[in-house]
Design a protein around this ligand. Structure first.
Ligand code: PMP
Length: 442
């Protein structure tokens, strides 16, 4: 054996260094002990400076309000008229578990492995067939399955927008779209809400800023239920084609119509290849499936595919496989007919309750489809103040600011009627009336 002689001072210094770095602890009169793993971490003199490493980022203005609403949704007896979701009591869970049980053995095990980034091919076919009824004809290379349409919003922005580029939004509009575009550094140009489509403002933006992208929800818009008229759709396509403007048409709600069939989608009228159609199974079925899809020109789809590969390789195949079976067996059609009936009754209940008790205090108009009633307060009360009072009474909604890129009308708010039955909706509106009454007195 080779022995090295180490001086006492070197040994003591080595122990001191180990102590300084938190590997050992020295107890006077007792000895030196190796620390356990946990104390090694917690007593380290160094700490990872995460805030310094993160890229500059500004917290979205509505983030804290949204988390407050989430917490308040946990409260018992709380009536939530905020989140725009289908009613979970009607999720067709039994059908999905039966399909899973009955078909699992017939599935090729390879279908549980990785699949092409574009998505599960049988589902892509099924979706293109489904879209024919909406007037949309598409080839397979024009389709991609996404992990929710939210992913489509972000990826579209990612492949089209450079920081500082302009994006036109028809406002008020979906918060998730505003936040995605802003996160990518887009500058927002607003098309304000009016009885008619503000074409002269759009033309001015197009001539002055040459934006690449316009985002809109032409049918039963989130948050105000607005429907773009057929002549307006035609004119918008003409103008967009002339200026080489891409239109991102977000269409999660058009299957929920309670009066006449809505006008044809912009994509169905697309004669210049510039419309990017985005939809999802989150509203017509269940958001937890995380299945959305896009139909667009093959050149755009190819870039989206590339970008999606970096994010998640492909969307969940099990959801896609089940969904494909669900549609092919005819369950989706049945489900939609049932849900339209249910939501129509809920819309009517909310409209009637508002008309009876709040008609003089609020302005609103009854939507012919979708999930939402958009209200404007006639009195000198802000919607955020009203929300504070409403939460105390056990009812919630989303203040209008959330649907604008910059602070918007402080007196607007969105009510959602999809989540509760008629009785609960009527109780919710009665609580809202009490909250308004209290603020007026106060
Ligand atoms: N677009 C709009 C207009 C929406 O309302 C929503 C959901 N609230 C989404 C997109 C995102 O839906 P998904 O669950 O498919 O990501």
């Amino acid at each position: 054996a080779i022995l090295f002689e180490v001086s006492r001072t070197t040994a003591i210094n080595a122990y001191r260094d180990l102590e300084k770095d938190g590997y050992v602890s020295i107890k006077k009169g007792s000895g030196t002990y190796v620390r356990d793993r946990y104390s090694l971490v917690s007593n380290s003199t160094y700490e990872m400076p995460w805030p310094q490493l993160l890229r500059p980022y500004s917290e979205p203005s509505m983030a804290s309000l949204m988390s407050e609403l989430m917490v308040s949704n946990m409260l018992e007896d709380k009536i939530s008229l905020d989140a725009g979701m289908p009613d979970p009591n009607y999720y067709p869970i039994d059908i999905f578990s039966n399909l899973h049980r009955d078909y699992l053995r017939r599935l090729d095990p390879r279908d549980f492995g990785h699949i092409p980034i574009h998505g599960y091919e049988p589902l892509r076919h099924t979706i293109s067939e489904m879209l024919v009824s909406k007037g949309i004809k598409c080839h397979l290379d024009e389709t991609i399955i996404l992990s929710g349409s939210q992913q489509g919003l972000y990826l579209t922005g990612k492949v089209l927008i450079d920081p500082g580029d302009y994006v036109i939004l028809q406002t008020p509009t979906y918060l998730g779209a505003i936040q995605s575009f802003q996160a990518l550094g887009a500058r927002v140009l607003n098309l304000p809400q009016r009885e008619d489509f503000p074409f002269e403002i759009l033309e001015d933006y197009l001539a002055r800023y040459r934006p690449k992208l316009l985002y809109c929800i032409p049918t039963f818009r989130n948050p105000n239920g607005d429907v773009m008229r057929i002549e307006e759709r035609k004119k918008l396509i003409q103008l967009a084609a002339r200026y080489r403007l891409a239109i991102l048409e977000d269409d999660p709600y058009s299957s929920f119509y309670y009066e006449d069939i809505p006008p044809l989608s912009l994509k169905a009228m697309d004669n210049y290849g510039g419309v990017i159609y985005l939809s999802t199974f989150s509203k017509i079925l269940m958001p937890g499936l995380r299945v959305g899809y896009m139909v667009a020109h093959p050149s755009l789809i190819q870039r989206i595919v590339l970008e999606k590969q970096y994010v998640d390789l492909h969307s969940n195949n099990i959801s896609q496989w089940l969904l494909d079976l669900f549609i092919k067996e005819g369950y989706l059609e049945e489900h939609l007919i049932k849900m339209c009936g249910i939501y129509k009754r809920r819309r009517n209940a909310m409209a009637e309750a508002l008309n009876l008790s709040l008609a003089s205090k609020l302005s609103f108009h009854i939507p012919v489809g979708g999930f939402y009633i958009w209200c404007s307060i006639n009195e000198n009360i802000s919607s955020k103040k009203l929300l504070q009072e409403a939460l105390k009474m056990g009812v919630s909604f989303i203040p209008g600011d959330a649907f604008y890129a910059a602070a918007g009308e402080d007196k607007e708010f969105r009510l959602c009627f999809s989540q509760h039955d008629e009785k609960v909706i009527v109780e919710g509106i009665s609580r809202l009336e009490k909250a308004m009454g209290k603020l007026k007195k106060g």
